[in-house]
Design a protein around this ligand. Structure first.
Ligand code: CP
Ligand code: NVA
Length: 324
């Protein structure tokens, strides 16, 4: 894990990406440039000139199900010349059959990086502590940095950049919200997070986002009122009210978060050309009105598509691309 501020993408090389905070503001911008370039190259040629993962393997260790993260990561590895190896957490028996650090140590002897989706953030960190190769957080209970890279790329494409844009996340202050807040503030944007008090994002991660905002000219606003958050916003973003691993709380969460649905009425409060985002999977009728999922304002399909390009940029950076 990196505590030191970094100034270039080169500083990410060989490092873990466990939190959106592991990417400096400068590295955020460079990562997005690389993701855009790799996307253009792939779309134009269906291949990459350089294959930085040639002859290398990347392990995916997933304790939760996944569509987007798994498929986009496997494809990203393959399209960069490498070989993905997918492991189901239950089969590996993280923390039961073998300690997470020992699994990291063993995998690190064979592969060049590990992408881990773990129930607990600590497990991902233990895996990283044991591994001699970079470990990437593919979603934990605290963060989802790969999603945030794709989301920042999507906003940049749709709105010309994140700087000074108002991104309003409405709902549960969860893993997606926390990483997004750090991404947006790192890129000089205004992050509004409207949650009920009991569903606020972790204070330590919000402190990072606030620090980032101070250094980039962005802003972090923590609110309760979804209408106040939506007012004049360029993007309304939401995610499920019940994240993976919290299913036993579903009824209570549906009650507590009622009123935090992104709806056409809420969108009418936002900027005239405001866009709608959701990391998927969605629960239409809960956190988002079904009609908004593929409305003209929706960037949701683009977000999913961009997971591929964003993950390529991350893996290429951690594993070899020289300073961009
Ligand atoms: N958005 C996202 O991470 O989706 P998956 O859970 O399908 O990977
Ligand atoms: N917050 C959701 C995101 C899924 C991609 C979860 O953790 O289940």
């Amino acid at each position: 894990m990196a505590a030191e501020p970094r100034t270039s993408l080169g500083d990410l090389r060989g490092r873990d990406l466990l939190s959106a905070a592991d990417i400096s503001p400068d590295a955020w911008r460079r990562l997005l440039e690389l993701a855009s370039a790799l996307k253009l190259e792939w779309q134009a040629a269906g291949r990459h000139d350089q294959e930085p993962l040639h002859g290398r393997a990347v392990a995916l260790v997933f304790e939760h199900p996944s569509l987007r993260t798994r498929v986009s990561t496997e494809l990203a590895v393959g399209q960069l010349g490498g070989q993905p190896v997918y492991l189901v957490g239950g089969d590996v028996g993280i923390g039961r059959r073998e300690a997470a650090g020992d699994i990291g140590r063993t995998l690190g002897a064979w592969v060049s990086a590990i992408v881990a989706r773990t129930l607990r953030d600590e497990t991902c960190r233990e895996l990283a502590a044991g591994a001699s190769v970079p470990v990437v957080n593919g979603l934990t209970d605290r963060e989802h940095p790969l999603q945030a890279v794709a989301d920042a790329l999507t906003v940049t494409e749709a709105l010309g950049g994140v700087e000074r844009r108002i991104i309003a996340f409405i709902g549960d202050g969860n893993n997606v919200a926390a990483s997004l807040a750090i991404a947006v503030t790192s890129l000089g944007g205004v992050m509004r997070l409207a949650t009920p008090a009991a569903y606020a994002a972790p204070a330590d991660l919000m402190a990072v986002a606030d620090d980032r905002a101070r250094s980039t000219g962005g802003r972090l606003e923590l609110l309760r009122d979804p209408i106040a958050a939506a007012r004049g916003a360029d993007v309304l973003y939401t995610d499920v009210w019940t994240s993976m691993g919290m299913e036993a709380q579903r009824d209570r969460r549906r009650t507590d978060l009622a009123g935090y649905t992104i709806s056409r009425a809420l969108l009418a409060q936002a900027a005239p050309d405001a866009r709608v985002m959701h990391c998927l999977p969605a629960h239409p009728g809960e956190e988002i009105e079904a009609e908004l999922l593929d409305a003209p304002a929706s960037l949701i399909a683009r977000q999913a598509e961009n997971r591929l390009h964003a993950t390529k940029a991350v893996l290429a950076t951690l594993l070899s691309y020289p300073d961009a």
